[in-house]
Design a protein around this ligand. Structure first.
Ligand code: GLN
Length: 228
């Protein structure tokens, strides 16, 4: 089955800068020799944009499609895309259980958009069946349809004062969060759009579609703390 790329992703991809900016270069120098390998779940969705961003930061990225790909990775990104399709493919490739176990054992993981849906303990909808790991309830397509996609400058707790330009594409939001959840960002109306629980990070939006790499750098710092 061929899943068409949503039009706004195509637009965002055209804008995706290929060049390393001054500040990214500094970070690149800092992390180049760390030897980190970050897996990117590559079943469906915009995994390539995450891989390109990681490579710009000097981190090795590894596509994860099969259970054996989970070996020798320091962290994992679950990208945006279509969570129902990803969940079907997780089952088809027998990846669901080994992935769950790795994350329960402490593998740092970051779910963006559809990835966040998959991480959740509970969804407002019946489908898909999520991995059920992060103590959040998530509402899929909460902002509306493709046409209701939007961009906004967001303040994010772990990134300091400077806002991040965030892209929301048929995005989910977090309806409720358990006591262990650290809320990292809310929209002006109070909607929760980024959160962290131990080794798990979740964002409703897509930092891989812009040139600002700070969210990826933050995830890299979470990984570094985990392996210290
Ligand atoms: N609406 C999609 C889903 O339910 C997620 C959209 C995205 O990842 N940009 O899976």
């Amino acid at each position: 089955m061929k899943i068409p790329t949503p039009i706004s992703w195509q637009i965002a991809n055209q804008r995706h800068p290929k060049l390393v900016s001054g500040s990214s270069k500094k970070i690149l120098d800092q992390v180049r020799n760390d030897g980190l390998v970050i897996g990117v779940l590559a079943l469906q969705g915009d995994f390539l944009e995450h891989i390109l961003t990681l490579e710009r930061l000097g981190v090795s990225a590894k596509e994860v499609k099969l259970p054996r790909d989970l070996e020798n990775i320091d962290g994992l990104i679950m990208p945006g895309g279509e969570s129902t399709t990803m969940a079907k493919l997780l089952d088809a490739f027998e990846l669901r259980e080994p992935l769950k176990i790795k994350i329960q054992e402490g593998l740092p993981v970051w779910g963006t958009c559809a990835g966040m849906i998959l991480l959740a303990k509970k969804l407002t909808q019946d489908k898909p069946i999520p991995l059920g790991l992060m103590d959040i309830e998530v509402n899929r397509n909460a902002f509306g349809r493709q046409i209701d996609s939007f961009e906004v400058d967001l303040k994010i707790k772990s990134l300091g004062e400077k806002t991040l330009h965030a892209t929301f594409i048929r995005a989910p939001w977090i309806v409720s969060a358990g006591p262990e959840i650290e809320i990292l960002s809310k929209l002006e109306d109070g909607t929760i759009v980024a959160a962290k629980e131990k080794n798990m990070l979740a964002t409703s939006f897509h930092p891989e579609l812009t040139s600002d790499t700070r969210m990826h750098e933050y995830f890299i710092s979470v990984i570094k703390n985990a392996i210290k």
